[in-house]
Design a protein around this ligand. Structure first.
Ligand code: ME8
Length: 534
């Protein structure tokens, strides 16, 4: 079916960072990709034409070095680890539309095309860099840091030397005032707001031109006019957002289908890579004359039992650990925890087994599953498993004075949920959708249909209550489906509803979707499980 309105059929583009192949997937990468997946599914449910991109970042000195240490070629290492990231997509139920790798010819040729344009416009120029250099580490050190280190290498202790290198530079300094004007006009460009303030603070220190090539290693895209230089991995990587749509090859077939998705609605990233996305990337886009992304959303970090996760501490929530959660709680419970308890704000979030279990039990077992299960069991018991015939649209949601009708309440809640999804307020979207489940619970507790049903004279009243409960469960399942696609589909199938529906999110959740007589099977989407060992 077609989308509900012209505006809801708008293209919608969302991206994750592309992950380094010198690392394996872990909770961090899975987290960002899951958030984007929830948004992508919500927008698709609302009838939008979504393009959701993720991928891997495969060039650079670190990859070259790791490959050497392991006695393999950088390409072989990249192939091996990129496949690990790709393998994650199925089990996490991630619905990306493409997976870009920076070693693919389609990316490399477009990066060269973009860089050639920037050379031609004078935004990239050949310059000379002079600075403190750590010969052992093959690394330049800033003046400030060199002073702190007393001009000695922090690793070898040998004196730092003055070194000069010819590099290509991007004329970032020329974009200072243009960026300031753009930021002033777009106060929602970086979110959360606290992160935007950090960027604006640093911007006030003034922008310097940034090197965009290196000559001390070879694993990268050669500079088109000077192949002894390779394009710096960060510049190469940022372009992925544009090359995946074919924007660097505007006569190519890709751009024909995909150019409509530009600009991105969200670049979702972690806080540590905000400067690249909020300042360098927008300046590059300005230089290329491409429209700005609507929002760079920089979330904070998952930490583990109060500590930063790191390889040396060995406390990373890695894939094998995540798999134990999948086995015990299921992938949708994992997605629920990510979407509702994660570090979307400026604070880091602690991942603890105990907290996971508490949220699972309180929100999924005792609330969502309990409601779906109680309602379906009572319909089975009192109405032979068929949706009772009763008028419920005008029925008040509760006995409280001034309570809205079920149809008005669920319509307002669907609109609110959609608005939260659109704004990337995923925990708020989840909570709004779950408020329907809480209202169903309250209705059951207030009216006690299991007691009423003891007297056959009350059956019409029981029919009305349970019909409202069933429709409430269906509506909630529709609205929760971007977060828990498999479980919501299971509930919707048990409730005889042919999937989430169409015509936009609000229409799919409109009151009255379940027709009288529809077969409603007993279902219990989440089961109680033992708490983790203390
Ligand atoms: O930075 N908590 O790649 P990367 C939450 N290739 N999210 C986390 C996290 C944590 N503890 N740790 C990592 C790169 N992440 C570049 C990006 S984009 C043009 C190039 C997530 O493999 C978070 O999204 O180090 C972070 O930004 C990303 O992983 C970094 O992935």
């Amino acid at each position: 079916m077609s989308a509900s309105s012209e505006s809801s059929a708008r293209p919608a583009y969302i991206t994750t960072p592309i992950y380094y192949v010198n690392d394996r997937p872990h909770i961090g990468s899975a987290y960002t990709t899951t958030l984007c997946d929830v948004w992508a599914r919500a927008m698709r449910l609302d009838g939008r034409d979504v393009f959701f991109l993720t991928g891997t970042d495969e060039h650079g000195q670190k990859v070259e070095k790791s490959a050497k240490d392991r006695g393999m070629t950088p390409q072989a290492l990249a192939d091996e680890n990129s496949a690990e990231f790709r393998k994650l997509l199925g089990p996490f139920n991630l619905s990306n539309d493409d997976f870009i790798r920076t070693t693919e010819p389609r990316h490399e040729s477009q990066v060269q095309a973009f860089v050639s344009r920037l050379l031609a416009s004078g935004d990239i120029y050949l310059g000379e860099f002079n600075g403190w250099y750590d010969e052992g580490q093959e690394e330049y050190i800033t003046e400030l840091r060199a002073k702190e280190l007393e001009y000695k290498s922090p690793i070898s202790g040998k004196p730092l030397v003055r070194a000069t290198e010819k590099n290509y530079y991007f004329r970032l300094s020329a974009y200072q005032s243009k960026l300031e004007a753009f930021f002033a006009a777009n106060p929602g460009f970086v979110r959360p707001a606290g992160r935007f303030n950090e960027v604006l603070g640093r911007l006030r220190d003034g922008l310097q031109d940034v090197p965009v090539t290196r000559t001390n290693f070879t694993w990268g895209i050669p500079m088109p006019n000077a192949p002894e230089h390779v394009i710096y991995v960060w510049i190469d990587a940022l372009f992925n957002y544009a090359t995946a749509l074919g924007l660097g090859d505007d006569k190519g077939a890709l751009a024909k289908d995909r150019a409509k998705y530009w600009p991105p609605e969200y670049h979702v990233i972690g806080k540590e890579i905000l400067w690249f996305h909020a300042v360098i990337w927008p300046a590059m886009l300005m230089a290329l004359g491409l429209p700005m992304p609507k929002c760079v959303y920089a979330h904070s970090f998952w930490i583990r039992n109060g500590q930063k996760m790191s390889k040396s501490l060995g406390n990373f929530v890695d894939l094998p650990t995540i798999e134990t959660f999948f086995t015990k709680y299921g992938v949708d419970a994992w997605r629920w925890y990510m979407a509702t308890q994660g570090p979307l704000g400026t604070q880091d979030a602690d991942f603890s087994d105990k907290h996971f279990h508490e949220i699972y039990t309180a929100q999924l077992v005792n609330t969502f599953a309990n409601c779906a299960s109680r309602t379906s069991s009572m319909i089975e018991k009192y109405f032979g498993g068929a949706m009772p015939e009763a008028e419920t649209a005008s029925m008040p949601v509760s006995g409280a004075a001034g309570a809205p009708s079920w149809s008005a309440f669920t319509e307002a809640t669907a609109k609110k949920t959609l608005a939260h999804y659109e704004a990337f307020e995923l925990a708020e979207a989840a909570d709004a959708a779950l408020s329907i489940v809480r209202a169903v619970d309250l209705l059951i507790n207030e009216t006690a249909p299991f007691k009423l049903a003891k007297d056959p004279a009350n059956l019409p009243q029981v029919a009305r209550i349970l019909a409202a409960c069933a429709e409430g469960v269906r509506t909630a399942a529709v609205l929760l489906s971007p977060i828990m696609p498999a479980k919501c589909e299971e509930v919707l199938a048990a409730y005889g509803s042919g999937g989430v529906g169409s015509g936009g999110m609000v229409a799919a959740a409109r009151w009255g979707g379940l027709k009288p007589g529809t077969r409603i099977a007993k279902c219990a989407p989440f089961m109680r499980t033992d708490p983790p060992a203390a």
